[in-house]
Write a protein of this length. Structure first.
Length: 339
């Protein structure tokens, strides 16, 4: 079963959504702690929420706890839960989009919604997002399959014809909302996407532009194949044997070349990070009179635009040419296609 939180990944690739790992990272731990802080703040008498809060806070650093407190303060200053709002709501739906009990043999997907409530003729559900890049890499509510699964479950449970889907971007203090009628064309299309994603084969890897942001890519055989297999590498690099780009090349061949380049960059970065960690612990690597390890590099003078503004010196610095805007540069990366 693919959980709602993995459905956005599952829409593109089963392996990315189905991969299980015992590892985590600081950003995920911070996100867990923020979620626990919100639930505990708005439900101070709930012993389970309080216990989860204390454990989650114990897993993050003092600086991260300060960061969480700042984000929580921003939320509580602008929002109070509507009457009847529930936090950490278990939700499960079957293949018809009908609400069922968690663990039911008929379920399609099940998970836990951050917060939900009855809002007139709509079931409202909101997901807290504390990531630094959430504003850019989290799908907006009407495109968000995780929210759709929660919204469908609550709408059926509470007999509502609509679902009101929301995201709260904790770092920006920004709310995003969309309301969809379940029987509308847009609502039906979102449900079909949600069901299709939940039914993905969790062992199937699908190569595409989505690989660039996938956190599973360094464990994905399909993504790494052009790097580790000589025959596949020669095949993927074939467009480069044509010399200077002169004619059109099949789009799928170009996609494979782009992803192969990304895979090589990823492996190189991961390899360097591992070697740096090794040297920090065991000292420099010495071979044939040469050593590989850290060297001291003289620092460069720099100017903090933020510090200048805070000191009231920014305009003066601009006037004397101490602050200059660099000319625009070009980046090559995936963006939404323009019509």
């Amino acid at each position: 079963m693919i959980r709602p939180s993995r459905l956005p990944a599952a829409e593109h690739c089963g392996l990315a959504a189905g991969h299980e790992s015992n590892s985590t990272n600081a950003a995920a731990l911070l996100g867990d702690a923020f979620h626990a802080a919100v639930a505990s703040h708005y439900n101070p008498t709930n012993k389970e929420f309080r216990a989860e809060h204390d454990i989650a806070m114990g897993r993050v650093s003092p600086a991260e706890r300060d960061e969480i407190a700042e984000m929580l303060g921003r939320l509580t200053a602008q929002w109070e839960p509507p009457p009847g709002a529930e936090f950490e709501i278990p939700i499960a739906i079957d293949r018809a989009g009908i609400s069922v009990e968690t663990g039911d043999a008929r379920l399609l997907t099940e998970g836990t919604a951050d917060c939900g409530w009855s809002d007139g003729d709509a079931a409202a559900v909101v997901d807290w997002k504390s990531g630094a890049r959430a504003e850019w890499n989290v799908p907006i509510p009407r495109e968000n399959l995780q929210l759709a699964a929660y919204g469908l479950g609550l709408a059926d449970r509470w007999s509502k014809p609509k679902m009101k889907l929301g995201l709260y971007l904790a770092r920006e203090g920004k709310w995003l909302w969309d309301t969809l009628h379940l029987d509308s064309g847009e609502g039906t299309a979102l449900w079909e996407r949600t069901r299709a994603a939940a039914l993905r084969d969790p062992t199937e890897a699908v190569i595409g532009p989505h690989c660039n942001e996938c956190y599973v890519r360094l464990k994905c055989p399909a993504h790494l194949l052009p790097v580790i297999d000589i025959g596949e590498r020669e095949n993927v690099m074939a467009p480069m044997t044509l010399g200077e780009p002169d004619g059109l090349v099949e789009t799928q061949k170009l996609l494979r070349l782009i992803n192969a380049c990304k895979a090589m960059e990823d492996l190189a970065d991961a390899g360097r990070d591992w070697l740096k960690a090794y040297v920090r612990k065991n000292g420099s690597i010495v071979v044939d009179g040469q050593q590989w390890g850290p060297i001291e590099v003289k620092g460069r003078e720099s100017t903090s635009v933020k510090a200048l503004k805070e000191a009231g010196l920014y305009d003066r610095a601009c006037a004397v040419g101490a602050v200059r805007m660099s000319p625009p540069t070009q980046q090559h990366r995936w963006t939404k296609a323009r019509p």
